[in-house]
Every structure is written in C-alpha cells, then in structure tokens.
Design a protein around this ligand. Structure first.
Ligand SMILES: [Zn+2]
Length: 418
C-alpha cells in the first residue's frame, strides 16, 4: 500500500534553490542549484527527496503534475507591519502631488492616524483585516510573513496586535512571525525618554512574560528614537533574551547600522542612507541587511546600496515592508523588478534574498528558505519555465500554485466564471 502522507510533484521544468541553513553572502548569492526536468517527493510537512529524470511514482499516494513550471522555495517576507486598521490613500495621493510629510502630520495624517484607527479596532476587526492581507500574500508566493506591532504605542493595543498575529498564525496557512515594535514612534504628549522608560520598565518584560513575540525592533531615526535611547531599549530587550532587529539609517545616516552590529542584532533594516562605516560594521558582524525597495519607490528615495553591500560580503535579504504609510503594497513582482532594474541585483541574488536570506533574517533558515530534504515543503510553482522569466515579466504575478507544509494551499483560478 502507498503511504498516504507522501506526495510527489513531477514535471518541474526548472527547480531553483540555494542550500544550507544560514544566510549567504557575496558570490554565493549568485550560485543556486538549478535542476531541470525535476521532481520533489514530500512526506508529511517536509521534503523527503528531490531529483531529476524518472520520478518515484510508486512511492507517492498523490501526484501533482507541474506541467513544465518553475519551482522555487516560498518567499519568506521578513519585514512587514501587516496588522493595522485604516488605509491612508488620501494622504498618499497628496504626497505624490508634492505635499510634505510634515504638512500631512500637521493635518492629522501620518502614523498618528493609523495609531488612532488601530486603537479603535476590535480584535475581530484586526483579525479580518489581517486574514485578507495574508490571503493576498499567499497569492504572491509568500509562505512566511513577519509582522510588527507598533500601531498601538500603548499596552492594550500593542498586546492586541501581537495576539492577533498569534491567532492568524494558528488559522492561516501562511506562517506568521510576530515582532514587538513598541518603539515605533513617540506617542503624542510623551517625551522620548519617558516613553523608552515605559518600554524598559513595563512593556518589554510584559511581552517576554507573555511569550507572544519572537523579536524586538525599534525605529532608530533622527527625531524619533536617537542612538542613546535606542541603545537603552535594545540592551533591555537583549537582557530579557529577545533577538533584535533595528530600523536603521532610513532617512539620514544616523549610525543605526553600527548600533545593530554592536548589539549583535539579527538584522538591520531599510539602510537607504547607510554610511561607509555602517557597511563595514555589518560586514564584520554578519548582521543581515534587510532591504525594502518598495518603500524607497513609494517615498521616491534612492535605493539602498545593495550592489556594494553584496560585493563587500554583507548578507542581503529583501522584504516588502507592507504598511499603511510608507509602503501600502505587498507586490513581490514589483519588488523583484526594482531589485533587478534599480538596485543592480541579478535574478539569482534576488531569489536568494527573498528565500534563504529572508529565512535567516527570522532565525528560521534551519527549517525553510531552500528546497532540500528535511526542510518544510513550502514550494511555489510559477507559470514560467525558468527563473530568468521573473525579471523579464516585470510586475506580473507568475505564481500558479503554492504548497505550504506539504499541502496545496493556493491555486490560481484557471477559467472565467460564466
Ligand atoms: Zn518597517
């Protein structure tokens, strides 16, 4: 009898994957394994074996014919803020026409409006909003999503955001990794110092005690959380045992990258204005640079210096930064286009940055990010025959089928409804 929990995917025109369980850097980012006429044998939630040529059909209870499609590991989106209420489309359009962020803030827009809407939203409302966004992520081939709190800036709402991510993780096929980012902005009527005191004395210990966040993050930026207070917050988080992430050098070269390296953070993120010293610090510490090209596009800013970082040996990951203000798009196809057209990354480096390096930026590279025996069967079939099509058909979603933990969880609709 055929074991019921074995599944086989056959007729894969090209299978592209990196190998190993840690972030890749330098030339290794351009050298994936490419198999042609390939198959993948799945047992339960994991990959059992991969090969080319004659597939082991007798071993599997179920067979999926990929009909000549490209197979890639699921995208690991290592930086988003996907749990929030209230879109800001009006201010976005004003900004496109030249209104400054300061003017928008003065008119009651900006992050304070998202904080107000998120504080008002119930748990069920946030779950419904988060669910539809995870559905959208899945249709783009994303199988793991990190999500940050930081639209409450008070105890009740921050904990609600984290709880919502925890509940969505249990109900949705996409794996949700919650990050506590209480230090996202200084709330009205508080000082930077007093707010960081509140984080250190109350919030960080509480979040650790509840066990509902995997990482701690902070928006280190001029006029938001400067280096001194960022250092205090990160030190406390590290003492409590949290792995760290830092929003660094997004607006000005403040030195957030150096701080992330010094604190032993897993990743430094954004880095549009990283300095020479910042690149050197990341290179020495092995801190992963999580780059967010959709945000640079949205803000009409220069892109992060990805080419230089890769050549200097900094491990680079790419993520969407989906959020209601600076990046209201989760478009992985547009992200791929920006990385390959505007950041000088080749298609192989781009996939490396979205899969194994994204997984490493979430400390999950031992379980996902590559297609190898023993890893989770998180597999995306694209309706093209080879990897080089993904930069070529820029902006087009080529995702056809998504397999998450061995089960088919998304399939593109094939016909019109009549
Ligand atoms: Zn962010």
């Amino acid at each position: 009898m055929r074991p019921m929990n074995k599944r086989l995917i056959i007729n894969i025109s090209e299978l592209v994957t990196f190998e190993g369980a840690k972030a890749l850097s330098g030339e290794a980012m351009s050298r994936p394994k490419k198999l042609h006429d390939a198959w993948i044998l799945i047992e339960g939630e994991k990959i059992l074996s991969i090969g080319t040529g004659e597939p082991p059909k007798a071993e599997a209870a179920h067979i999926l014919d990929a009909s000549g499609k490209l197979a890639l590991p699921g995208v690991v989106d290592s930086h988003t803020h996907f749990v929030f209420a209230g879109h800001r489309q009006a201010e976005y359009n004003l900004r496109l026409q030249g209104t400054s962020y300061a003017e928008i803030m003065a008119a009651g827009g900006g992050i304070v409006s998202t904080v107000a809407s998120t504080r008002e939203a119930s748990k069920d409302e946030l779950i419904a909003l988060g669910r539809s966004r995870l559905d959208h992520f899945l249709s783009l081939g994303v199988t793991t999503v990190e999500g940050k709190s930081g639209y409450g800036l008070d105890e009740e709402t921050e904990l609600r955001q984290l709880e919502v991510m925890h509940l969505l993780d249990q109900e949705h096929p996409v794996d949700v990794i919650p990050t506590y980012m209480g230090a996202h902005a200084v709330p009205k009527q508080a000082s930077e110092e007093a707010f960081i005191d509140f984080q250190i004395e109350t919030m960080l210990p509480l979040v650790m005690e509840q066990g509902i966040a995997r990482f701690v993050d902070i928006f280190t930026e001029k006029g938001v959380f400067e280096l001194f207070h960022s250092h205090r917050y990160l030190t406390k988080a590290r003492e409590l045992g949290f792995p760290l992430k830092v929003h660094a050098d997004e607006m000005v070269p403040l030195g957030g990258a150096q701080l992330a390296a010094e604190m032993g953070a897993v990743s430094a993120e954004h880095l549009l204005h990283i300095s020479e010293e910042g690149i050197e610090a990341l290179e020495k510490s092995g801190t992963i640079a999580v780059l967010l090209p959709l945000t640079a596009f949205s803000l009409k800013e220069e892109y992060a210096p990805a080419r230089e970082m890769i050549e200097r040996g900094v491990p680079v990951a790419l993520a969407t930064d989906f959020n209601p203000g600076s990046c209201p798009s989760m478009s992985v196809p547009l992200l791929i286009a920006l990385a390959t057209h505007n950041m000088g990354m080749n298609m192989e480096e781009t996939i490396c940055a979205l899969t194994i390096n994204g997984a490493a930026a979430l400390c999950l590279a031992d379980s996902r990010g590559t297609l190898e025996p023993g890893k989770l069967a998180d597999i995306v079939l694209h309706d093209v025959e080879s990897l080089d099509h993904l930069s070529y058909h820029f902006g087009v979603n080529t995702v056809d089928t998504v397999v998450r933990k061995g089960k088919m969880v998304y399939e593109k609709r094939r016909s019109f409804v009549r």
